[in-house]
Write a protein that binds this ligand. Structure first.
Ligand code: DAH
Length: 329
């Protein structure tokens, strides 16, 4: 009898070794540890033994039951744990983990909207380098050697002849150097000026440059395009005006002001950027026939456009990366 008990125990442990997945656990339990299982049955048979045999058989049977039960529990734990780790057990009733979906920065959003508006108006997009030479940033744009815009206090020079571009107008030059008219482009990008940082100034900001060159292009074309753009971007009732101005690379030149209300409802004119008819000497610099072709251009500050559109009163908010601010857009 005792040998039979030993054998049942050994068989059970060998059978347990063959259990490698959770589904097989229950079969094993029923076969050995269930009410009709071999081990429980074995305990039942002790009652049939003589009083002298009972104690030893009882001890052995209990020892075997304990060993097998413990081995079974250990295996069960490891199998269920590894099942959890491989993600097979999913509790579909658990509340989900909210995923924060990233989004583009408000300046990128504004830029995308601007490019879309100008795309609809037939403008292609052009880009130029941020590290620029004096020829493209100044000379070809008719900005003479003594012009205050070339002052080291107004530009980040890298060496005598190279600087971080102080405006996007050099992209006009790069395009005209390599493209025969008709030209119709907008050029967005970063520009750099060593301004003291305050609510309306940053040492880096973005501009959107536009350039149109063709035969018979007039200031009326420029005015129409700018009006269309302002109405598309700010709404059809937006009031704006040209204010006479001067830029070395345009003649005549104007600044574009928008009439906008602040929080209290008080209206004032706010400058958005400059524009004008391309100066004939700029065409000379890039080898475009200034008898045959005329053109217009503008350069607008993208931060200004975004700040006006969304009522942002401090430019620094745009660059601090504070999520409480950014999440509002
Ligand atoms: N580049 C000028 C600036 O940064 C803005 C500007 C004025 C651009 C007139 C133009 C233009 O294309 O025609 O202040």
């Amino acid at each position: 009898m005792l040998e039979q008990f030993e054998k049942i125990g050994k068989d059970a442990l060998t059978a347990l070794k063959k259990v490698t997945e959770p589904a097989a656990l229950e079969d094993f339990r029923i076969k050995y540890l269930g009410r009709k299982g071999k081990i429980i049955q074995m305990l039942g048979r002790i009652g049939q033994l003589s009083p002298e045999q009972k104690p030893r058989a009882g001890q052995l049977a209990n020892k075997i039951k304990k060993e097998v039960t413990e081995a079974f529990d250990r295996l069960k734990n490891t199998l269920l744990q590894s099942q959890e780790q491989t993600g097979e057990l999913i509790d579909v009733t658990l509340p989900g983990i909210a995923v924060n979906i990233g989004k583009t920065h408000v300046i990128t959003q504004t830029l995308n909207e601007l490019l879309e508006i100008f795309g609809r108006m037939g403008f292609a997009v052009a880009y130029g380098p941020v590290v620029e030479d004096e020829w493209h940033n100044f000379v070809a744009l008719n900005i003479g050697p003594d012009h205050p815009a070339r002052d080291p206090f107004d530009c980040f020079y890298i060496d005598d002849n190279v600087l971080l571009r102080s405006h996007t107008s050099p992209v006009q030059i790069r395009i005209m150097e390599h493209t025969k008219p008709p030209i119709r482009i907008v050029a967005p990008g970063r520009v750099y000026r060593p301004d003291t940082v305050d609510a309306t100034h940053m040492y880096m900001f973005h501009q959107l440059e536009a350039l149109v060159v063709d035969e018979g292009v007039s200031m009326v074309d420029m005015k129409t395009a700018i009006a269309q753009f302002i109405h598309a971007f700010f709404g059809p009732d937006t009031k704006w005006r040209f204010r006479p101005s001067f830029f070395p690379f345009t003649e005549p030149s104007a600044e574009v002001d928008l009439l906008l209300a602040d929080k209290t409802g008080k209206e004032s004119w706010v400058e958005m950027g400059g524009c004008g008819m391309v100066d004939p000497s700029v065409f000379d610099a890039v080898g475009i026939d200034n008898e045959k072709y005329t053109g217009w251009a503008f350069g607008f500050g993208i931060e200004r456009l975004a700040m006006r559109k969304y009522g942002i009163t401090d430019i620094r908010l745009l660059f601090e990366n504070d999520l409480r601010f950014l999440e509002q857009f």
